[in-house]
Design a protein around this ligand. Structure first.
Ligand code: ADP
Ligand code: MG
Length: 628
């Protein structure tokens, strides 16, 4: 329990005790009033303060305001009628606080639950020193340290395997139960559990930047980012609360006036004012205020257990309305692991050509770069490379041993004024120019991810009406992918800004009917990820820029997770709407009873707390996403 909650609990207990004591001690008159006001302030000072703040910030009509008006009103009535029964105002405040207390508790619990279920925070790293293993705190391990992970242990920090083979369980990260086998040279992420063999891993990131820390941070941030889901409530409150307040005012004024003027009977002001105050208490939207953020939070928690990181609750709504999904090709629909197939038209030794290309590409994060390095196979001496410049969507230029080298597609060659030889092979072509002279091209090819076809079927089943592919690669390659996957549209040869143009055109086309989601992985996708209604990035292979720009990150780069994310978002919103409908139904019933004089303030607060408990229980269902 946090300190604030403990204080609240003490206040609640004190108030209960004080009410009982005051019931037995017979004080009357002003002293009685002062004592009751003191108790009232003890239990309600924070609510009153919030209400004043609300008025100052012109955000009238929130639940604090309603509570303040209702209880002060009840007090005023009691003073006016000289009944001395100040109990009611205090009791209403007390119930309200008990409700709030319970709500905080429930939110904390589900937060703990989510964190516990995710259970991925590593506590230590093993570092070998003088032949002995010592356990150290993972955040003290510098980048490049070799750590040892024994079978059964969690990998604490992202890195590359330098020794040993094993299988990893990545279920906590990706939701996939299939183990993944790794050997020397493989990149591994923190949070996976080492199952069979001992692994030596050279860390490539600090603990704070490692996958596990990033995930936990994201989930915690998403929970903190309450303001966005509050926007949802504010929108709802914009029409709800004014209606309620005006109704309350009418209820207080109209019947007495009618009684006086038309019926010529006593107006019974106090009775109608009391009913109006009750009406205000009933109309307080506490259950919604609690359950809506909680539902989003549970949905985000459930999604992250399935390897889908949703960066904020506001994205749930956008996601649930997805009608068009636009994919990048390389690294998104295809594996992004290129194999060098051939080298054409080169008078140089092929190995030399590959060496120049690999060196020039040494700083690129593009999958093509990695494949060239792999094909070259030798250690890269970075000191030989200077003036590296990457032209997104085209390729790279650099100086290798002081000689200008360019490696990229036809567009790059054109922009450099180098005449090139086109290639008929069905692959991605990397033309290479050295010292301004064309030196031939390297043919590399990529394969479609095994899950891509299923991803398309699932999307259609999830109600997506249009699937589009945008790629910077050649049309020849794009066509094959588009046909295999039966995409609705495909566009090739696009520079990053042209991808943005295409997305803008598609946004125009769908004219606010549903939303558009872009799924990509590369640095060059960052602008489109931002421009689309919603951006999804591939988390494992994806560049940091894409992960940063995206609203949703798929931990295991599996494109079928896009449809899953949509279904999770739909379930989450369904629960939100259920809770809204339920709460409003109960409120309406109470409101009618209150207006007819059958409900008093006590019942009102009781109903409110009851609705809240049920709504919270319903909200927690959003955590369960396994079979979606
Ligand atoms: P996609 O949109 O399919 O992910 P990119 O926009 O990343 O593709 O790249 C488009 C094309 O630009 C590639 O197919 C390749 O021809 C060229 N290209 C981009 N970056 C590089 C690079 N680092 N080296 C060589 N060619 C590159
Ligand atoms: Mg890409």
């Amino acid at each position: 329990m946090e300190k604030e909650q403990k204080i609240k609990l003490v206040r609640i207990l004190f108030t209960v005790a004080a009410l009982i004591a005051l019931h037995f001690v017979h004080v009357t008159g002003t002293l009685r009033l002062i004592l009751y006001i003191a108790v009232y302030l003890v239990i309600g000072y924070d609510i009153l303060w919030e209400a004043i703040e609300g008025i100052r910030e012109k955000e009238l009509f929130d639940e604090d305001f309603l509570m303040a008006v209702a209880t002060i009103g009840a007090f005023a009535l009691a003073i006016y009628e000289k009944t001395g029964s100040y109990n009611e105002a205090i009791a209403v405040m007390l119930f309200f606080q008990i409700g709030e207390f319970f709500e905080d508790y429930a939110v904390d619990r589900s937060r703990d639950n989510i964190a516990g279920l995710m259970d991925i925070r590593p506590d230590y790293a093993n570092v070998e020193e003088n032949g002995k293993l010592s356990r150290v705190s993972p955040d003290t391990v510098p980048i490049g340290t070799v750590i040892v992970v024994q079978p059964g242990e969690k990998i604490p920090i992202d890195g590359v395997v330098t020794g040993g083979t094993s299988t990893l369980n990545t279920a906590a990260l990706t939701g996939e139960s299939l183990p993944r086998s790794v050997e020397a040279g493989d990149a591994v992420v923190s949070g996976s559990v080492n199952q069979t063999g001992l692994l030596k891993i050279r860390t490539t990131k600090a603990f704070g930047e490692s996958t596990v820390s990033q995930i936990l941070e994201l989930v915690e941030d998403a929970a903190e980012r309450k303001s966005k889901s509050e926007a949802f409530i504010t929108r709802f409150a914009r029409f709800y609360t004014p209606i309620v307040c005006i109704s309350a005012l009418l209820l207080a004024v109209l019947p007495p006036v009618i009684r006086m003027t038309l019926l010529h009977t006593a107006p019974r002001w106090h009775e109608w004012i009391y009913r109006a105050l009750t009406f205000l208490v009933i109309s307080c939207p506490c259950a919604l205020v609690v359950s809506i953020p909680l539902t989003f939070f549970a949905g985000i928690g459930g999604a992250s257990r399935a390897g889908i990181l949703i960066k904020g609750s506001n994205f749930m709504e956008t996601l649930s309305k997805t009608k068009t999904v636009v994919f990048d090709k390389t690294g998104t629909l295809t594996k992004g692991v290129f194999e060098v197939d051939d080298i054409h038209h080169s008078e140089m030794e092929h190995e030399r050509l590959l060496e120049y290309a690999a060196l020039a590409e040494s700083a690129s994060s593009h999958p093509i770069s990695a494949s060239l390095q792999r094909a070259y196979g030798k250690e890269i001496d970075r000191t030989r490379v200077t003036e590296i410049h990457e032209d997104s969507g085209r390729g790279v230029t650099a100086k290798v041993d002081g000689v200008p080298v360019a490696a990229g597609n036809e567009k790059l060659m054109e922009s450099l004024g180098v005449s090139y030889i086109s290639c008929r092979s069905a692959g991605t072509i990397i033309h290479v120019a050295i010292n301004g002279e064309y030196q031939g091209h390297i043919v590399v090819s990529d394969v479609i991810k095994p899950q891509s076809a299923e991803a398309m079927t699932e999307l259609r089943r999830a109600g997506v009406t249009k699937t589009v592919m945008l790629t910077g690669d050649s049309w020849k390659v794009a066509e094959r992918v588009a046909q295999t996957l039966k995409l609705n549209e495909a566009h090739a040869g696009l520079l990053p800004e042209q991808k943005v143009e295409q997305v803008e055109r598609l946004l125009q086309q769908q004219q606010g009917k549903g939303t558009l989601t872009f799924v990509g992985d590369g640095v060059n996708d960052a602008p489109v990820l931002t421009r689309a209604d919603l951006g999804i990035a591939m988390g494992a292979m994806g560049s940091d820029a894409a992960i940063e720009a995206a609203d949703v990150v798929l931990m295991d780069d599996n494109p079928t997770k896009v449809a899953k994310a949509i279904r999770i978002a739909r379930k989450c919103l369904r629960i939100v709407y259920q809770n809204i409908a339920f709460a409003i139904a109960v409120k309406l019933a109470c409101l009618i009873l209150g207006a007819l004089g059958f409900a008093n303030m006590w019942l009102a607060v009781f109903a409110d707390v009851g609705v809240m408990v049920l709504a919270v229980l319903n909200a927690i269902r959003a955590l369960r996403v396994k079979n979606l």
